[in-house]
Write a protein that binds this ligand. Structure first.
Ligand code: PLP
Length: 392
């Protein structure tokens, strides 16, 4: 009888030749439990998904209750489904008031696809500008605005009229530009932040040319950076906001959110501008609603993310560490090279602490734990990281 691990290699499509291949039996809070009984502290939250912790009791209760009422009923947008309506209403109540129309999707990449289509339809233009080292997803539209050649060149031709701009330099935005798409804080670039001045100038330039500004907060939203949404740090507001990852509280859910006046371009002349079967699945929306209510009630988790991040920065002091950068609990710990980092990560995992690196920055360690991590747990995690640096 082959083991689960053997069957995993035989029958599950692999994305790399070296998957982590940890066998996890259950998860709770900030911990994953292996089927050998080993406990792992999760410092990456399944890449910024489990902000409210794994198997958050309120999220599980909402999933259980909704799954006993109904699962999928109909393609997105036809029936009035309570969980979708309640989550959209709550989201709109915590966003700037013009962002009042939510389109739910099944993933982050689908939210990006929808947002780019919406910008093209609304403006009647085709040019899309994105930034170097941006990651917006792996579907072909999202790939077209990816700011890294290595992962996209094998799939050309991609979307025409997509331009990748240098970071830190305001690109030429004209009346031909449908939208500028930018991660408010770049994730896979290794947690790279733009200045307030840069983002505000970008906003201004978009206003001057009638270009829509799309903020991708798929990785950085929901309290991770010390604010509910990262754009709150910079005094700007998007025309279209993309969310996913932690939006579903651990269930697959994405969304693009825009003013009603813009969003209605997808439902008129011709209608059905974006269609999805599973977008806004009622169980996922119920989970997302519970997660957001939890976060709104436990607001201190959002505020504490800053202090916790500062504690990590302070604790992770070692000659092998070149820099610890980021905001709140969205951090990158930079080492000299990938080989050094890989040894440290492998040793951390052996010692029961899970971290990884970034798609476009393979010499930096990702630290993005569930926001419910305590200061004591942070001290334990940092002690393991420092020990792993010493014994690499
Ligand atoms: N945008 C950002 C900033 C992301 O980090 C990701 C995923 O890592 C995506 C978009 C794509 O989301 P998904 O993997 O759900 O398609």
């Amino acid at each position: 009888m082959p083991s689960q691990r053997e069957l995993f290699y035989q029958h599950l499509a692999q994305t790399t030749p070296f998957p982590l291949a940890l066998e996890i039996e259950r998860a709770e809070g900030i911990y994953l439990y292996g089927n050998d009984g080993k406990r792992y502290m999760d410092l990456i939250s399944g890449i910024a998904v489990s902000n409210v912790g794994h198997c958050n009791a309120e999220v599980i209760k909402a999933i259980r209750e909704q799954s006993e009422k109904y699962l999928h009923l109909m393609v997105y947008g036809e029936y009035v489904q309570g969980p979708q309506v309640e989550l959209a209403t709550l989201l709109c109540s915590v966003l700037p008031k013009q962002l009042n129309s939510v389109y739910f999707t099944g993933s982050g990449a689908e939210a990006i696809e929808g947002a780019m289509k919406l910008a093209k339809r609304y403006t009647g233009r085709t040019e899309i500008i994105s930034f170097k080292d941006a990651y917006h997803g792996s579907t072909q539209g999202a790939l077209s605005v990816m700011g890294n050649e290595k992962l996209k060149q094998a799939y050309r031709p991609l979307l025409p009229d997509c331009r990748i701009a240098d970071i830190y330099k305001i690109p030429t935005i004209t009346k031909q530009t449908a939208c500028v798409i930018i991660e408010t804080i770049q994730g896979e670039a290794g947690v790279r932040q733009f200045s307030k001045e840069f983002l505000q100038t970008l906003r201004k330039r978009c206003n001057e040319t009638g270009t829509l500004l799309i903020l991708d907060e798929i990785q950085c939203a929901f309290g991770r950076t010390g604010k509910l949404f990262a754009f709150e740090h910079y005094g700007i507001e998007p025309d279209i906001l993309c969310l996913a990852k932690s939006l579903g509280g651990g269930m697959p859910l994405g969304a693009f959110i825009a003013p009603h006046e813009i969003m209605q371009s997808l439902s008129h002349n011709p209608m059905l501008g974006h269609i999805t079967t599973f977008g806004g699945h009622p169980v996922c929306c119920a989970a997302g609603l519970a997660a957001l209510k939890f976060l709104m009630r436990e607001k201190h988790l959002i505020e504490d993310a800053n202090q916790k991040g500062e504690l990590i920065k302070q604790l992770l002091s070692h000659p092998a560490i070149k820099e610890v950068r980021g905001k709140g609990l969205m951090l990158a710990v930079e080492f000299s090279d990938f080989e050094t980092l890989k040894k440290i990560i492998d040793r951390c995992i052996q010692q029961g602490v899970i971290t990884d690196w970034f798609l476009f920055c393979d010499n930096a360690m990702r630290i993005a734990p569930p926001l419910i991590i305590t200061k004591e747990e942070i001290r334990q995690a940092c002690a393991v990281i420092l020990d792993s640096i010493e014994h690499r």
